[in-house]
Design a protein around this ligand. Structure first.
Ligand SMILES: [Zn+2]
Length: 527
């Protein structure tokens, strides 16, 4: 009786003041610190309850969430390799159940955390293998795949044909330079971002050579290794050097391009140290298509930014969409042809249909319950943002927002985080556009009535016109009040604008705040 009373009082006080927490993970982003915690009971964690805390400049955001239990008909086997064991509780309908959380990897390479109760039943589990699809030096690479570079569709000479090559496919090979390693007179396929390894059957050892030339065609062993090394490295450099996320993916990920026993799927495993990527060889070898390489690597990126947050249906679908988004982004950097089609070479063929970010589905129409299909919707939303905001700005906002992600969040919650990232990184310059796009995709329904493209606040200003004292907008304004303030908030100009050009009085150069209607934008005036 005493125990029950104690439990009830615990439930009432859960997530309230005085509650103790244990840190699970913590990350640092461009604009803040992001930590995820379990609440403690009796000094032990409650594994299905979370507090995600985002600490920005002068603001703390707390998100509390609870994951429903997902039992699994699987026990611990003697053949399992145990990676980690922890004791704690699971909360089920207000009752705390003592469990052991055992993280394992089995002989087939499947990794789980099993939450086992005192009756030795697995009453909850987490899967650490994120599959691409449930159906589904100098060297030569595809750039990003033979269909995108040739502008062809799958068929004719451009087919898998049991991993054979031909003159047309060989024509699509491109010679590139890669960063690799040299040790004991051998060139090895590893650098600071990744290491080609053999960790999943078939048993094909990584290629090592005494010369620095790794020119293979797709029918030869080694081609997929070079393809993976090149594309993953280049993408990692884009995130770290081009858009400035220096601390993301601060470890060398292990990559097996001949894995999963010939299956047509690929996966990211986050429970091992270091985490792993496995690429299967069923159908078109997955590692021949940069979209597959980048999609899987993006799972690792999301895990690196927001570890411990990948729970709950929409959050899982978001991760798939996040991977598809970066696959498209990376494709566009290499070649714009059909870049919004995902898995151009691996999919869109007789093996499976691939995915596409070029569609008009909305969130309001409802989700389908398949995390890949719903992920396609999430990715299309991200791509809407990229289409309407400058490319690297969009990439930065989106990746920054992921640090704040938490378990059980929804697509709409993600928009809130994306707008938050834009506010802190860019003074909310793109938030009007994001709001408008999120309303169009049905991700948001509140405050959508008065949103149209003509009153979003990222109206472009023609700076060369500003030199003559004329402010030129890309869209005309109808009978709207226009005000200019100093950054200290002092009003220095006010008028009613009809049209798209406005003669300004003379100013000295500097930063000002332009307000059109209720919307504001930072402007830089030059003499
Ligand atoms: Zn995936």
């Amino acid at each position: 009786m005493k125990t029950i009373a104690f439990l009830i009082s615990f439930i009432v006080s859960f997530f309230s003041f005085g509650q103790k927490y244990t840190l699970i993970h913590s990350t640092k982003s461009l604009i803040g610190n992001h930590s995820i915690y379990h609440p403690l009971f009796d000094g032990m964690p409650v594994f299905n309850q979370f507090l995600k805390q985002n600490i920005f400049n002068r603001e703390i955001q707390n998100f509390y969430s609870e994951i429903e239990l997902t039992p699994l008909n699987r026990k611990l086997f003697s053949s399992d390799t145990i990676l980690k064991v922890k004791s704690g509780f699971l909360n089920k309908n207000g009752t705390l159940i003592p469990v052991s959380a055992i993280t394992i990897i089995d002989i087939k390479g499947k990794s789980y955390t099993l939450y086992i109760n005192q009756k030795r039943k697995t009453i909850h589990h987490l899967s650490h293998n994120l599959n691409l699809k449930d159906t589904t030096i100098s060297g030569t690479v595809f750039y990003p795949d033979p269909l995108s570079s040739s502008g062809k569709a799958y068929g004719g000479d451009f087919i898998d044909n049991n991993n054979k090559t031909n003159i047309y496919l060989n024509d699509e090979l491109r010679e590139v330079n890669l960063t690799a390693s040299f040790k004991d007179s051998l060139f090895l396929l590893e650098n600071k971002h990744l290491k080609i390894v053999n960790q999943s059957s078939p048993d094909i050892q990584p290629t090592a050579k005494t010369t620095s030339k790794f020119n293979f065609n797709r029918s030869e062993t080694g081609f997929e290794e070079i393809n993976a090394l090149y594309h993953i490295t280049r993408f990692a450099e884009y995130l770290k050097d081009s858009i400035g996320f220096k601390d993301i993916m601060n470890y060398q990920i292990a990559v097996d391009v001949y894995a999963l026993n010939g299956n047509d799927q690929s996966e990211f495993i986050n429970s091992t140290s270091p985490p792993r990527l496995n690429f299967g060889q069923g159908g078109v070898d997955d590692a021949e298509d940069a979209d597959v390489l980048i999609h899987e690597y993006a799972h690792a990126v999301s895990h690196s930014a927001a570890p411990g947050s990948l729970q709950g249906y929409e959050r899982l679908a978001m991760d798939e969409g996040f991977g598809d988004y970066w696959a498209a982004v990376y494709s566009k950097i290499l070649n714009e042809f059909n870049y919004k089609e995902i898995f151009n070479w691996d999919g869109h063929n007789e093996f499976w249909e691939g995915r596409s970010l070029d569609h008009e589905r909305t969130y309001e129409e409802g989700l389908e319950g398949n995390k890949y299909i719903d992920g396609e919707l999430f990715a299309a939303m991200l791509m809407d943002i990229r289409d309407n905001v400058e490319d690297t700005t969009a990439d930065k906002i989106i990746l920054q927002s992921v640090y704040s992600w938490y378990p059980n969040m929804t697509f709409s919650d993600a928009i809130e985080q994306i707008m938050k990232a834009d506010t802190l990184l860019n003074n909310a310059e793109n938030s009007g556009t994001i709001l408008w796009l999120a309303c169009k995709r049905g991700f948001l329904t509140k405050n959508c009535e008065n949103i149209s493209k003509t009153n979003i606040w990222n109206l472009e200003i023609d700076y060369s016109m500003l030199n003559q004292g004329i402010l030129s907008l890309t869209e005309p304004i109808n009978n709207e009040s226009v005000k200019i303030f100093t950054v200290e908030g002092k009003l220095i100009f006010s008028t009613i604008l009809n049209g798209k050009e406005l003669q300004l009085p003379k100013y000295s150069s500097g930063i000002y705040i332009l307000q059109i209607g209720t919307l504001t934008k930072k402007i830089i005036l030059k003499n």
